[in-house]
Design a protein around this ligand. Sequence first.
Ligand code: ADP
Ligand code: ADP
Length: 228
Amino acid sequence: MITFKNVSKQYPDGTTAVKNINLEIKEGEFFVLIGPSGCGKTTTLKMINRLHDITEGELYIKDKLVSAHNIHKLRWNIGYVLQQIALFPHMTIAENIAIVPEMKHWKKNKIKTRIDELLTLVGLDPKQYRNRKPSELSGGQQQRVGVARALAADPPVILMDEPFSALDPLSREQLQQDIISLKEKIKKTFVFVTHDMSEAMTLGDRICLMKDGEIVQVGTPEEFIQKP
Ligand code: ADP
Ligand code: ADP
Protein backbone atom coordinates (compact mmCIF):
# COMPACT_ATOMS: atom_id res chain seq x y z
CA MET A 1 0.00 0.00 0.00
CA ILE A 2 2.80 2.40 0.96
CA THR A 3 6.35 1.68 -0.15
CA PHE A 4 9.50 3.58 0.75
CA LYS A 5 12.45 2.86 -1.54
CA ASN A 6 15.81 4.12 -0.32
CA VAL A 7 14.18 7.23 1.08
CA SER A 8 16.25 9.92 2.79
CA LYS A 9 15.28 13.28 4.13
CA GLN A 10 17.60 16.15 4.80
CA TYR A 11 16.27 19.44 6.15
CA PRO A 12 17.54 22.70 4.65
CA ASP A 13 19.69 23.29 7.75
CA GLY A 14 21.62 20.09 7.00
CA THR A 15 19.95 17.79 9.56
CA THR A 16 19.56 14.31 8.10
CA ALA A 17 16.31 13.19 9.72
CA VAL A 18 15.80 9.92 7.78
CA LYS A 19 18.57 7.84 6.25
CA ASN A 20 17.95 5.51 3.35
CA ILE A 21 14.91 3.67 4.65
CA ASN A 22 13.07 0.84 2.91
CA LEU A 23 9.59 -0.01 4.11
CA GLU A 24 6.56 -1.85 2.85
CA ILE A 25 3.33 -0.99 4.66
CA LYS A 26 0.61 -3.46 3.73
CA GLU A 27 -2.99 -2.70 2.90
CA GLY A 28 -5.26 -2.95 5.92
CA GLU A 29 -2.54 -3.18 8.53
CA PHE A 30 -2.00 -1.05 11.61
CA PHE A 31 1.60 0.01 11.29
CA VAL A 32 3.32 1.72 14.21
CA LEU A 33 6.45 3.88 13.96
CA ILE A 34 8.19 3.98 17.31
CA GLY A 35 11.45 5.30 18.72
CA PRO A 36 12.89 8.05 20.90
CA SER A 37 12.21 11.71 20.25
CA GLY A 38 14.08 12.97 17.21
CA CYS A 39 14.59 9.55 15.58
CA GLY A 40 12.64 10.54 12.46
CA LYS A 41 9.11 9.17 13.05
CA THR A 42 7.23 12.37 12.28
CA THR A 43 9.42 13.10 9.28
CA THR A 44 8.71 9.60 7.93
CA LEU A 45 4.97 10.04 8.48
CA LYS A 46 4.84 13.47 6.90
CA MET A 47 6.69 12.27 3.82
CA ILE A 48 3.75 9.94 3.12
CA ASN A 49 1.42 12.84 2.38
CA ARG A 50 4.27 15.10 1.35
CA LEU A 51 3.83 17.55 4.15
CA HIS A 52 7.57 17.03 4.00
CA ASP A 53 9.45 16.58 0.75
CA ILE A 54 11.73 13.65 0.13
CA THR A 55 15.38 14.42 -0.53
CA GLU A 56 16.32 11.07 -2.03
CA GLY A 57 14.55 7.88 -3.00
CA GLU A 58 11.00 7.05 -4.02
CA LEU A 59 7.66 6.71 -2.29
CA TYR A 60 4.78 4.71 -3.75
CA ILE A 61 1.16 4.69 -2.68
CA LYS A 62 -0.82 1.82 -4.21
CA ASP A 63 1.99 1.25 -6.72
CA LYS A 64 1.81 4.88 -7.84
CA LEU A 65 4.98 6.91 -7.57
CA VAL A 66 4.19 9.98 -5.48
CA SER A 67 5.29 13.15 -7.21
CA ALA A 68 4.63 16.86 -7.09
CA HIS A 69 2.12 16.32 -9.91
CA ASN A 70 -0.14 13.79 -8.28
CA ILE A 71 0.23 14.53 -4.58
CA HIS A 72 -2.85 16.74 -4.41
CA LYS A 73 -5.00 13.94 -5.75
CA LEU A 74 -3.32 11.36 -3.53
CA ARG A 75 -3.87 13.50 -0.43
CA TRP A 76 -7.61 13.04 -0.85
CA ASN A 77 -6.95 9.40 0.00
CA ILE A 78 -5.04 10.11 3.18
CA GLY A 79 -6.65 11.08 6.49
CA TYR A 80 -4.43 12.80 8.99
CA VAL A 81 -4.83 13.07 12.77
CA LEU A 82 -2.48 15.47 14.48
CA GLN A 83 -0.81 15.48 17.86
CA GLN A 84 -2.37 18.77 18.81
CA ILE A 85 -6.11 18.79 18.67
CA ALA A 86 -6.68 20.97 15.66
CA LEU A 87 -10.39 21.60 15.26
CA PHE A 88 -11.53 24.97 13.94
CA PRO A 89 -12.87 26.71 17.06
CA HIS A 90 -15.46 28.89 15.32
CA MET A 91 -17.05 25.92 13.54
CA THR A 92 -19.40 23.34 15.03
CA ILE A 93 -18.39 19.70 15.39
CA ALA A 94 -20.51 18.83 12.35
CA GLU A 95 -18.90 21.58 10.27
CA ASN A 96 -15.44 20.45 11.29
CA ILE A 97 -16.16 16.89 10.16
CA ALA A 98 -17.76 18.08 6.91
CA ILE A 99 -14.69 19.92 5.60
CA VAL A 100 -13.35 17.29 3.23
CA PRO A 101 -16.77 15.95 2.07
CA GLU A 102 -17.74 19.55 1.23
CA MET A 103 -14.55 20.09 -0.72
CA LYS A 104 -15.50 16.95 -2.60
CA HIS A 105 -18.96 18.41 -3.28
CA TRP A 106 -20.92 15.65 -1.57
CA LYS A 107 -24.69 16.19 -1.40
CA LYS A 108 -25.96 17.84 1.81
CA ASN A 109 -27.96 14.79 2.86
CA LYS A 110 -25.08 12.43 2.32
CA ILE A 111 -22.84 14.67 4.45
CA LYS A 112 -25.44 14.83 7.23
CA THR A 113 -25.82 11.07 7.33
CA ARG A 114 -22.05 10.62 7.27
CA ILE A 115 -21.51 13.03 10.18
CA ASP A 116 -23.94 11.12 12.39
CA GLU A 117 -22.45 7.80 11.37
CA LEU A 118 -18.94 9.02 12.20
CA LEU A 119 -19.86 10.55 15.54
CA THR A 120 -21.49 7.26 16.51
CA LEU A 121 -18.42 5.36 15.33
CA VAL A 122 -16.12 7.38 17.61
CA GLY A 123 -18.50 7.10 20.56
CA LEU A 124 -20.17 10.52 20.58
CA ASP A 125 -23.96 10.83 20.50
CA PRO A 126 -24.69 12.80 17.28
CA LYS A 127 -27.79 14.54 18.65
CA GLN A 128 -25.88 15.77 21.65
CA TYR A 129 -22.64 16.83 19.98
CA ARG A 130 -23.03 17.75 16.31
CA ASN A 131 -24.01 21.38 16.91
CA ARG A 132 -21.58 22.10 19.71
CA LYS A 133 -18.39 24.09 19.38
CA PRO A 134 -15.04 22.37 20.08
CA SER A 135 -14.55 24.38 23.29
CA GLU A 136 -17.64 22.68 24.74
CA LEU A 137 -15.95 19.27 24.50
CA SER A 138 -13.21 17.69 26.61
CA GLY A 139 -9.78 17.10 25.13
CA GLY A 140 -10.51 13.42 24.60
CA GLN A 141 -13.82 14.16 22.91
CA GLN A 142 -12.18 16.74 20.66
CA GLN A 143 -9.56 14.24 19.62
CA ARG A 144 -12.35 11.76 18.77
CA VAL A 145 -13.82 14.42 16.51
CA GLY A 146 -10.33 14.73 15.01
CA VAL A 147 -10.44 11.01 14.23
CA ALA A 148 -13.96 11.32 12.78
CA ARG A 149 -12.82 14.21 10.60
CA ALA A 150 -9.87 12.22 9.27
CA LEU A 151 -12.22 9.36 8.39
CA ALA A 152 -14.89 11.60 6.86
CA ALA A 153 -14.40 10.95 3.17
CA ASP A 154 -13.46 7.33 3.79
CA PRO A 155 -9.77 7.50 2.83
CA PRO A 156 -7.96 4.15 2.59
CA VAL A 157 -4.96 5.48 4.52
CA ILE A 158 -5.03 7.15 7.95
CA LEU A 159 -1.93 8.79 9.41
CA MET A 160 -1.81 9.51 13.12
CA ASP A 161 0.96 11.41 14.87
CA GLU A 162 0.86 10.76 18.63
CA PRO A 163 -2.88 11.51 18.69
CA PHE A 164 -3.12 10.80 22.43
CA SER A 165 -0.12 12.73 23.66
CA ALA A 166 -2.04 15.84 24.72
CA LEU A 167 -4.58 13.82 26.71
CA ASP A 168 -4.84 12.85 30.36
CA PRO A 169 -4.14 9.15 31.11
CA LEU A 170 -7.82 8.20 31.38
CA SER A 171 -8.88 9.80 28.08
CA ARG A 172 -5.80 8.32 26.53
CA GLU A 173 -6.78 4.82 27.58
CA GLN A 174 -10.37 5.31 26.41
CA LEU A 175 -9.26 6.60 23.04
CA GLN A 176 -6.85 3.68 22.71
CA GLN A 177 -9.79 1.32 23.21
CA ASP A 178 -11.78 3.30 20.63
CA ILE A 179 -9.00 2.95 18.10
CA ILE A 180 -8.81 -0.80 18.76
CA SER A 181 -12.52 -1.25 18.07
CA LEU A 182 -12.30 1.15 15.14
CA LYS A 183 -9.56 -0.82 13.42
CA GLU A 184 -11.69 -3.94 13.70
CA LYS A 185 -14.76 -2.20 12.27
CA ILE A 186 -13.19 -0.39 9.35
CA LYS A 187 -10.64 -1.79 6.98
CA LYS A 188 -8.00 0.87 6.60
CA THR A 189 -4.28 1.17 6.48
CA PHE A 190 -3.14 3.01 9.61
CA VAL A 191 0.30 4.50 10.12
CA PHE A 192 0.64 5.54 13.73
CA VAL A 193 3.50 7.41 15.42
CA THR A 194 4.20 6.99 19.13
CA HIS A 195 7.13 6.89 21.52
CA ASP A 196 5.19 4.64 23.91
CA MET A 197 6.11 0.97 23.54
CA SER A 198 3.06 -0.35 25.38
CA GLU A 199 0.82 1.70 23.08
CA ALA A 200 2.68 0.27 20.09
CA MET A 201 2.28 -3.28 21.40
CA THR A 202 -1.42 -2.76 22.10
CA LEU A 203 -2.32 -1.22 18.75
CA GLY A 204 0.20 -2.41 16.19
CA ASP A 205 -0.13 -5.29 13.75
CA ARG A 206 3.48 -4.49 13.00
CA ILE A 207 5.93 -2.20 14.71
CA CYS A 208 8.84 -0.34 13.14
CA LEU A 209 11.53 0.73 15.58
CA MET A 210 13.61 3.70 14.46
CA LYS A 211 16.83 5.17 15.81
CA ASP A 212 18.79 8.15 14.49
CA GLY A 213 16.82 8.22 11.24
CA GLU A 214 17.30 4.53 10.53
CA ILE A 215 15.12 1.46 10.88
CA VAL A 216 16.34 -0.87 13.61
CA GLN A 217 13.69 -3.58 13.41
CA VAL A 218 10.29 -4.26 11.85
CA GLY A 219 8.02 -7.00 13.15
CA THR A 220 4.85 -8.08 14.90
CA PRO A 221 4.43 -7.38 18.64
CA GLU A 222 5.19 -11.08 19.27
CA GLU A 223 8.48 -10.79 17.39
CA PHE A 224 9.39 -7.78 19.51
CA ILE A 225 8.78 -9.70 22.73
CA GLN A 226 10.85 -12.66 21.56
CA LYS A 227 13.84 -10.52 20.69
CA PRO A 228 16.35 -10.78 23.57
P1 ADP B 1 6.09 17.19 16.06
O1 ADP B 1 6.80 15.95 16.52
O2 ADP B 1 5.20 17.79 17.10
O3 ADP B 1 5.48 17.13 14.71
P2 ADP B 1 8.00 18.98 14.88
O4 ADP B 1 7.93 18.25 13.61
O5 ADP B 1 7.59 20.41 14.93
O6 ADP B 1 7.22 18.24 16.05
O7 ADP B 1 9.42 18.85 15.46
C1 ADP B 1 10.01 17.63 15.78
C2 ADP B 1 11.42 17.83 16.23
O8 ADP B 1 12.13 18.56 15.24
C3 ADP B 1 11.53 18.62 17.50
O9 ADP B 1 12.55 18.05 18.28
C4 ADP B 1 11.88 20.00 17.05
O10 ADP B 1 12.66 20.66 18.00
C5 ADP B 1 12.67 19.75 15.78
N1 ADP B 1 12.49 20.80 14.80
C6 ADP B 1 11.32 21.21 14.30
N2 ADP B 1 11.51 22.19 13.45
C7 ADP B 1 12.83 22.39 13.41
C8 ADP B 1 13.67 23.29 12.69
N3 ADP B 1 13.19 24.19 11.84
N4 ADP B 1 14.98 23.22 12.87
C9 ADP B 1 15.50 22.33 13.71
N5 ADP B 1 14.77 21.45 14.41
C10 ADP B 1 13.46 21.50 14.26
P1 ADP C 1 10.51 12.26 15.87
O1 ADP C 1 9.17 12.41 15.25
O2 ADP C 1 10.96 10.84 15.94
O3 ADP C 1 10.61 12.95 17.19
P2 ADP C 1 11.39 14.01 13.78
O4 ADP C 1 11.08 13.32 12.52
O5 ADP C 1 10.47 15.09 14.21
O6 ADP C 1 11.57 12.94 14.92
O7 ADP C 1 12.84 14.64 13.68
C1 ADP C 1 13.99 13.92 13.19
C2 ADP C 1 15.19 14.83 13.20
O8 ADP C 1 15.00 15.90 12.29
C3 ADP C 1 15.48 15.48 14.54
O9 ADP C 1 16.85 15.58 14.68
C4 ADP C 1 14.83 16.85 14.39
O10 ADP C 1 15.43 17.79 15.24
C5 ADP C 1 15.06 17.15 12.95
N1 ADP C 1 14.03 18.02 12.36
C6 ADP C 1 12.69 17.83 12.38
N2 ADP C 1 12.05 18.81 11.73
C7 ADP C 1 13.02 19.63 11.29
C8 ADP C 1 13.02 20.83 10.52
N3 ADP C 1 11.89 21.36 10.07
N4 ADP C 1 14.20 21.39 10.23
C9 ADP C 1 15.34 20.86 10.67
N5 ADP C 1 15.43 19.73 11.38
C10 ADP C 1 14.29 19.13 11.68
